[in-house]
Write a protein that binds this ligand. Structure first.
Ligand code: NAP
Ligand code: MG
Length: 493
């Protein structure tokens, strides 16, 4: 084991029992209640976070509303907002060692992986820092005696409700574009991983974001989350999480018809054709499904393999899987950490039993890993002989479980790939250029990776087809979803 030493600032933050950030102040829940925060690598409670309720959401929304209406952020010169956003990115970068450890302790993810995510979070802020000076309306050609122009304006108070799988990255995907467009924010992180969201709010203040512009309320979904989703004074909610909760968010939006964007679950196909570079495909497919212990909405959990290479590919996949080390998050040599919680552990091992019961063959893994103590470790598991109508091929497991499905040709690959209610992402492995593009066009999903998997960039839009949600995040698309346009008519007579 190469366990890293916990930094003093991480210990201090955890021992201080983190607060929420409302109106620029560090506050406890109005009720005084807290909830436990666990380290998934040990199964032990490491700290407590405020259990924010509807009352706290009211306080946060009021602070965000006041900050929006008085123009302390929206009214700043765009160049100034740009400078502050860049500074947030730089502060995240400077604090990568601390944030990495906090994220690892909170979520169980290996520090080697978490460090890359912290980098990505800083890059997203730098990307959006370029936008405030480039958001503008148009002039419209109408009658000669009219002058018509449009203003592109912020929406107002934007809520963000996020999951635990990429806590800081998900927070930043919501907060950075919202701020770039001049909105104010109330963020509700997942109860399993509240820590880095609180640090983000602190870093925003440190960078010069005025008080009340970024508020973070920690708490439980049915309490704080539901209050935010249904709040009558919130103009938009951006949600990432399960399809089940996504439906509730949409229903809750009906009260004041707030804008909603939903990034939901997936059961993404990862297609390996016979002409693929097998070594690359095996390693890429392995990472595509087991990264972050499979707790990735885009995970390529359905591995569709052309019949003629099926057995060889499965052998290579098992070999690639064996080369990845399972271990605690703070161990630098860990390739895959535990799943996030006891609840998730039960869910994932439950699905493994379902797969066995459905008659799929376990070719590697298939059990909880008990040799690593009380942490929530699951062996990376590959099922072969899976039929696409089995539950392990249709339902999102959100754990390290891959289902290998044999397909006979391109047509069947596309048909099986699309035989799902989801449509978030997909990957295709082939050396035939025409086939790659043909399949990319045929797949109903928001992202297609060709000879790669799990790629993201702040400039590339991300989102789902079908029940994987709607709305796009990142890139210029986020700017559209955090603004609205106003048409202004001027008579020249
Ligand atoms: P989740 O239960 O849907 O939770 C997501 C967020 O919603 C959490 O902050 C949660 O709070 C909150 N929430 C729960 N019930 C709520 C309610 N009634 N009203 C308002 N908010 C509520 O999902 P999860 O357990 O965090 O993550 C696993 C699922 O999320 C998987 O299905 C996965 O596919 C999906 N996911 C999708 C993406 C994507 O980009 N499309 C990314 C990551 C995860 P609590 O933490 O207190 O429950
Ligand atoms: Mg949940």
């Amino acid at each position: 084991m190469a366990q890293v030493d916990v930094l003093p600032e991480v210990t201090k933050f955890i021992e201080s029992d983190p607060r929420m950030v409302i109106g620029g102040a560090a506050v406890a829940a109005a009720s005084g209640q807290t909830f436990d925060v666990y380290d998934p690598s040990t199964g032990k409670v490491i700290t407590h976070a405020p259990r924010g309720s509807a009352e706290d959401i009211d306080r946060a929304v009021a602070a965000a509303r006041e900050a929006f209406e008085d123009g302390r952020w929206t009214g700043l010169r765009p160049g100034k907002r740009s400078e502050i956003l860049f500074k947030i990115g730089e502060l995240i970068k400077r604090n990568i060692p601390e944030l990495t450890q906090l994220e690892s302790l909170d979520s169980g993810k290996p520090v080697s992986i978490a460090a890359g995510e912290m980098w990505m979070a800083s890059e997203v802020f730098r990307y959006y820092s370029g936008w405030p000076t480039k958001i503008f309306g148009e002039t419209n050609p109408t009658a000669d005696d009219m002058f018509v122009y449009s203003l592109r304006e912020p929406l107002g108070v934007c809520g963000g409700i996020i999951p635990w799988n990429f806590p800081l990255v998900m927070a930043v995907w919501k907060v950075a574009p919202a701020l770039a467009c001049g909105n104010t924010v109330v963020l509700k992180p997942a109860e399993q991983t509240p820590l880095t969201a609180v640090r983000l709010a602190e870093l925003c203040l440190e960078a010069g974001v005025p008080e009340g512009v970024v508020n973070v309320v920690t708490g439980l979904g049915p309490e704080a989350g539901a209050a935010l989703a249904s709040h009558m004074d919130v103009d938009k909610v951006a949600f990432t999480g399960s399809t089940e909760v996504g439906r509730k968010i949409l229903e809750a939006s009906a009260g004041n018809l707030k804008r909603v964007s939903l990034e939901l679950g997936g059961k993404s196909p990862n297609i390996v054709f016979a002409d693929a570079n097998m070594k690359r495909a095996a390693k890429g497919s392995m990472m595509g499904v087991f990264l972050n212990s499979g707790q990735v909405c885009t995970a390529g959990t359905r591995i569709l393999v052309e019949s003629s290479v099926h057995d060889d590919f499965v052998a290579s996949l098992v070999e690639a899987t064996a080369a990845m080390k399972l271990g605690p998050g703070l161990d630098e040599t860990t390739g895959m950490g535990p799943v996030v919680s006891q609840e998730q552990l039960d869910r994932v091992t439950g699905y493994i039993d379902i797969g066995k019961g459905e008659g799929a063959e376990v070719v590697t893994g298939g059990e909880r890993a008990t040799d690593l103590g009380d942490g929530y470790f699951v062996q990376p598991t590959v099922f072969a002989g899976v039929k696409n109508d089995m539950r392990i091929a249709q339902e999102e497991i959100f754990g390290p479980v891959a289902a290998v499905i044999e397909v006979k040709d391109v047509e069947e690959a596309i048909e099986v790939a699309n035989d799902t209610v989801y449509g978030l992402a997909s990957a295709v492995w082939t050396t035939d250029l025409s086939k790659a593009h043909r399949v990319a066009k045929g797949i109903k999903a928001g992202t297609v990776w060709i000879n790669t998997a799990g790629q993201y960039d702040p400039s590339v839009s991300f989102g789902g087809y079908k029940q994987s949600g709607f709305g796009r995040e990142l890139g210029a698309h986020s700017i559209e979803t955090y603004t609205q346009t106003k048409s202004v008519w001027v008579s020249l007579k």
